[in-house]
Design a protein around this ligand. Structure first.
Ligand code: SF4
Length: 218
């Protein structure tokens, strides 16, 4: 079984298995068949950039079966990535929409949708080996972009368990750190709450992505 098959068949977290398969489907999507399984990473595993998000949204990736597809966070993120040259189209609506990523791979700290988008620590620990293996497969990795504090903590936990010094590394929007030969970029998560309150601004986010692009190509 390859990594993605292992992920898709994983049932390690009972609370998430129950949530992803039994939560009621909202009326606006009634009649749709939800994916309701873990959501794998997507993109170019030999790319120079890894983007790590939090977890699939119940009506986003958990519905469509592809990471950052079919919800408001995806609309914001993919259109910004497109402006910075990381995708071939500006939208991500369904698994067969033809979206491809350029020189980057995108994945999640937690592969299953959690209730209220809040994972438990044990669930993140359960899912960590999948993220470690994805990172190991990225043989040309130069930079990691974490979207939000939970993705940041997950990545730092992996570094810390490898004995890498992360003492002065703190989360904040539009920050970066050079750690062990990989540049870590931090951004707020592109959730509707961050976007609607103006915490995450589209033009700033695009500028930040362009800086990342410039760095990985330098
Ligand atoms: S969150 Fe990760 S470890 Fe838990 S059931 Fe889903 S894929 Fe498995």
């Amino acid at each position: 079984m390859n990594l993605n098959e292992e992920i898709i068949n994983c049932r390690k977290c009972p609370r998430l298995v129950e949530y992803r398969t039994t939560r009621e489907i909202p009326r606006r999507y009634s009649g749709e068949i939800y994916w309701s399984r873990p959501v794998t990473g997507y993109g170019d595993i030999h790319g120079k950039l890894l983007v790590i998000g939090l977890a699939p949204a119940f009506n986003g990736g958990n519905r469509t079966g592809r990471i950052f597809t079919g919800d408001k966070s995806s609309d914001f993120l993919i259109s910004a990535l497109y402006e910075a040259g990381f995708t071939n189209i500006p939208t991500s609506t369904s698994r067969d929409d033809g979206l491809t990523y350029n020189d980057m791979y995108i994945t999640l700290a937690l592969k299953c949708a959690p209730p209220d988008n809040i994972p438990l620590k044990d669930e993140l620990i359960n899912c960590q080996p999948f993220l470690i293996r994805e990172i190991q497969m990225m043989d040309k990795l130069r930079a990691v972009l974490v979207l939000g504090k939970i993705a940041f903590d997950s990545y730092l936990r992996i570094l810390s368990e490898k004995g890498i010094n992360i003492k002065n590394v703190k989360f904040g929007n539009e920050l970066y750190y050079d750690i062990n030969g990989i540049r870590l970029y931090c951004s707020y998560h592109p959730s509707p709450r961050n976007v609607n309150t103006g915490s995450l601004k589209r033009e700033n986010f695009i500028k930040f992505l362009r800086e990342i692009k410039k760095y990985i190509n330098s």
